[in-house]
Design a protein around this ligand. Structure first.
Ligand code: NAI
Ligand code: MG
Length: 484
């Protein structure tokens, strides 16, 4: 059993500034996906723990946290960012063990979390209302106020980044957060609570209840004391969350993944495009909401692009996270099955190339060699459904109109990339594509915390990241004063 050396106790919930055992006294195993071994356990939080966490959040809002001025919130978040930076390598190692992310990718997540804390720490005292010219004898102004208690249900694929874009933005606006991390990946969420405690975040501002989706997650979603829910995860659970939120008539932010395309036109700079085309599909073993799983290529260069991507695929090495190769294992045996099932029926397509699982990779690990698939029709499920694994399909198109129609031809709409040296075309296509983000001659733009992010269609609604997130995590109050 590989030893986990932690600076916090993973078997505790963090509620009202205290580290408490789960009320039910039950625990869940932590699996290392690189080996299949159990490396520890986490609390199995349930409804009673969620109840306590929501009450603690409400108490925090009524107490010290609710009275903390904006600039002071900023200082606390900034201190937390410094603490994250001081622990970047440690957090990366923990995440690598917990979710199977190659170390470099896990490290990038920790650095991103620090960036969110810096960005939102700096933004706290810069959110302002306005004065509105009105009738004689009146002065009208607006106030941006927190929702109150915000619930955050996050997935296992990018725990630190999603805590960054969701929880830190909510705290910046003065909300009190209850965080339910994914059962597959709770460690860095608990680490975040420890860092918050050490940085002096007042009790109740942040509460973390690890546990199962159907237990702690469902309890948080249904709780009438929660004023806003932010969810990232599957479409199926997103629907449940929105239904539950409707019952309590509260706003939700849903980020439900995608089937994001990159459109490669005949005049694209292929030397620049190639690494983006492949990395966007295999990063984090393809378990990325904004993964680019469809590569749409002008027919005149289709074979060339396919072969150049294939070359890169054949060089991909898959192995234990700690060895920091190109690709790690999938997060779980279940995820490996889901992806394997997609590959078991290519619907007329064929595998153009695969990466290689290194010899000596532990047999209990959830490894899957990345697969580049050609020859599937745009309406095939490989080109329609979110696979959430290192699988990309390459599809030819004949002209711009067909490229746009194919790009828009799924139920999702999260991200798109456009590759062309024709500036007018890239801007025209950017307008025609229905997604929340479009990247022209790049993909992802380095992940910038400053860039508003979210979907249209079944990719969800609401925006996280950037300044925009602060509007989502607040409500606007209009004050109209008559003074004669
Ligand atoms: P999931 O949607 O079940 O899990 C995400 C979070 O929701 C976890 O914290 C989970 O505990 C929670 N949850 C699950 N059921 C819940 C319920 N009834 N009420 C409240 N919370 C609940 O996703 P899962 O099962 O881990 O992955 C399945 C598929 O979902 C993946 O193959 C992928 O296609 C998609 N997915 C998309 C993500 C994204 O970034 N958009 C992230 C994770 C999964
Ligand atoms: Mg795990």
């Amino acid at each position: 059993m590989t030893k986990l050396d932690l600076f916090f106790d993973p078997t505790r919930c963090f509620i009202g500034g205290k580290w408490v055992a789960p009320a039910g006294g039950e625990y869940l195993p932590i699996e290392n996906p690189s080996t299949g071994e159990t490396i520890g356990e986490i609390a199995r939080g349930q409804a009673a723990d969620v109840e306590a966490a929501v009450a603690a959040a409400q108490a925090g809002l009524a107490g010290a946290w609710g009275k903390t001025p904006a600039f002071e919130r900023g200082r606390i978040l900034t201190r937390m960012g410094q603490a994250v930076l001081a622990r970047v390598d440690e957090l990366a190692r923990i995440e690598a063990m917990d979710v199977g992310k190659p170390l470099k990718q896990a490290r990038a997540d920790a650095v991103a979390l620090a960036r969110y804390l810096e960005f939102y720490g700096g933004a706290c005292d810069k959110i302002m209302g306005e004065t509105i010219p009105y009738l004689d004898g009146y002065t009208v102004y607006t106030l941006r106020e927190p929702h109150g208690v915000t619930g955050h249900i996050i997935p296992w694929n990018y725990p630190m980044q999603i805590i960054g874009r969701s929880v830190t933005a909510a705290l910046a606006m003065g909300n009190a957060a209850v965080l339910k991390p994914a059962e597959e990946a709770c460690l860095t969420a608990i680490a975040f609570a420890k860092i918050a405690e050490e940085a002096g975040l007042p009790a109740g501002a942040l509460n973390v209840v690890p546990g199962l989706g159907e237990e702690a997650g469902a309890a948080l979603t249904a709780h009438p004391g929660v004023n806003h829910i932010s969810f990232t995860g599957s479409l199926a659970v997103g629907e449940l969350i929105q239904r539950a939120a409707a019952k309590n008539v509260i706003p939700v932010t849903l980020e439900l993944g995608g089937k994001s395309p990159q459109l490669v036109f005949e005049d694209a700079d292929l030397d620049r495009a190639l690494p983006f085309l492949v990395n966007a599909g295999i990063q984090n073993a393809g378990q990325t909401c904004s993964a680019s799983s469809r590569i749409l290529v002008h027919r005149s260069i289709h074979d060339q692009v396919l072969e150049r991507m294939a070359e890169r695929y054949r060089a991909l090495r898959v192995g234990p996270a700690i060895d920091d190769l190109d690709v790690g294992p999938l997060v779980s045996g279940r995820q490996q099955e889901i992806v394997g099932e997609f590959l078991s029926d290519l619907g007329g397509g064929e595998i153009a190339a695969r990466g290689e699982v290194v010899s000596g990779a532990p047999t209990g690990g959830h490894y899957l060699a990345p697969a580049l698939v050609s020859g599937v029709k745009p309406d095939n499920r490989l080109a329609q459904d979110e696979i959430f694994g290192p699988v990309q399909v390459v599809i030819p198109f004949d002209d711009e109109a067909e490229a746009v129609a194919t790009a828009n031809g799924t139920e999702f709409g999260l991200v798109a990339g456009v590759w062309s040296r024709d500036g007018g075309r890239t801007m025209r296509v950017a307008k025609a594509i229905r997604t929340g983000q479009v990247f022209l001659n790049n993909y992802g733009a380095g992940g910038g915390v400053e860039l508003p992010f979210g979907g249209v269609g079944k990719s969800g609604h609401g925006r996280e990241k950037g300044f925009e997130a602060l509007y989502g995590f607040s409500v606007l109050k209009t004050v109209a004063a008559w003074h004669g």
